[in-house]
Design a protein around this ligand. Sequence first.
Ligand code: HEM
Length: 162
Amino acid sequence: MAGLLSIPSDVLSSAGVAYVHYLSFMVCFGALVLERRLIRPSPDRKDAILMVITDVTYGIAALAVLLSGILRVLYFGQGSSFYTENPLFWWKVGTYLSVGALSLYPTITYILWAIPLRKGELPQVSEALANRLRWVLNIELVGFASIPLMATLMARGVGLPG
Ligand code: HEM
């Protein structure tokens, strides 16, 4: 405990923001994997509600990844120009945004499920819709898995011009 107290506060806050960045990334990935596993035609009420919950969890964690990432760029990293001048950083941001845009499809689908679920009815999920959702989730998982590689290279200055 005494050791922890002797850590300078700027080191603690930078470690804390980095921790939030990694933890929220793990939660995002876990939620996507669970959501992917739960997709099937005509889900029962329990699974349909669980899918809505995993999607909300994913959304909140994705926001935490973004906010902690922005904080690292602005205050806790190697200086904002170290990132903004690196095309790999923009590939990383672009991949994150593309995955986010893709996830609108499942999210809107689940939001619409809230209407029958509230009335005590089950959402209608056809084989075709389940397959589409599976594919969207597959692409999201591959996209997400590629981001840490861009991050680790970017953090070491790979991609910087000159
Ligand atoms: C637009 C959103 C994001 C921004 C602005 C952002 C920004 C950053 C910054 C500034 C760093 C610090 C690099 C350094 O230590 O110099 C970092 C590290 C990292 N980020 Fe992100 N990030 C974002 C999204 C993500 C996502 C979605 C993931 C995972 C899927 C991720 C995974 C990582 C990892 C693994 C590192 C550690 C790299 C290392 O130290 O080797 N980031 N990020």
